[in-house]
Design a binder for this molecule. Structure first.
Ligand code: ATP
Length: 252
């Protein structure tokens, strides 16, 4: 793990936010947020309710416009690009609440994930690859999404995101509301994707899970980055231990 981390920390920067500010009306939801994700890293963005995690991911995708700051992907300023063009560059979002199409089947939801692709003749091939990754989705391919469990729906949301053939996967609260055994499965899946070369930025309220799976992490508080570091180091900081693990600051 140490070797993997040092290799990653010296890797090329894939995604970089510099002093990004996002407003809802006059109210800033993000203030001067700077973060970076290197190729092949798993980076976690942790924070409480309303800290600004979703807003960060949505601004990266161009679903919410930043009023100031720069967002670069592969060194290119993507601020003026449409969401579809950001997806074409290799970014994708598995959104909070999954937002799958409830009346569509598993197969149809996956097809929707590749709707913008020019190489549509390869979609069936990629759907087969998603089924290899998530065998349960394969077993349920003709089932309507609404009839599946929360964990299966989350896998479908991730699978659908993969259908755009991303190089950088943004995951918004992938474990929210899921049973511990399913959280464990999601953790295994994220690790597996990273092992296959995927770069991951994951927003999570479940700090224990996020810091366990991530190489590095940022803590977001009221729209600002308050702490950053390797996941291992952050786990040991009094602030994180107190807020996220229920330990007393400075104590055990
Ligand atoms: P959660 O886990 O609850 O989604 P979060 O960390 O993802 O929290 P955001 O959803 O990014 O937080 O919200 C950040 C701030 O922006 C909050 O104060 C929220 O009320 C505000 N906000 C988010 N979306 C809107 C909106 N559409 N209109 C107005 N304010 C919004």
């Amino acid at each position: 793990m140490k070797l993997r981390l040092s290799t990653l920390i010296s890797g090329a920067v894939m995604l970089e936010l510099e002093h990004v500010t996002v407003q809802f009306g006059k109210r800033p939801a993000l203030r001067q947020v700077s973060l970076l994700v290197r190729q092949g890293e798993i980076v976690a963005l942790i924070g409480a309710n309303a800290a600004g995690k979703t807003t960060t991911l949505r601004s990266i995708m161009g679903l919410k416009e930043a009023s100031a700051g720069t967002i670069r992907f592969d060194g290119e300023n993507i601020a003026q690009l449409s969401t579809v063009d950001r997806v074409r560059r290799g970014l994708t979002l598995s959104p909070e609440g999954r937002q799958i199409f409830p009346k569509f089947t598993v197969y149809e939801n996956l097809l929707m994930g590749g709707y913008h692709r020019a190489d549509r003749n390869k979609l069936d091939n990629d759907i087969s690859r998603v089924f290899e990754l998530f065998p349960r989705l394969g077993e349920r391919r003709h089932q309507r999404a609404l009839s599946m469990s929360g964990g299966e729906q989350q896998m479908l949301a991730i699978g659908r995101a993969l259908m755009s053939r991303p190089r950088c996967l943004l995951l918004d609260e992938p474990t929210l509301g899921l049973a511990p055994i399913v959280v464990e499965e999601i953790r295994r899946i994220v690790r597996g994707l990273a092992a296959d070369g995927m770069t991951v930025l994951m927003a999570e309220q479940n700090a224990a899970m996020a810091l366990d799976v991530a190489d590095r992490a940022y803590v977001l508080e009221s729209g600002q980055i308050s702490l950053e570091g390797t996941a291992a180091a952050l786990k040991e900081t009094p602030e994180v231990r107190k807020v996220y693990f229920g330990a007393r600051a400075g104590g055990n």
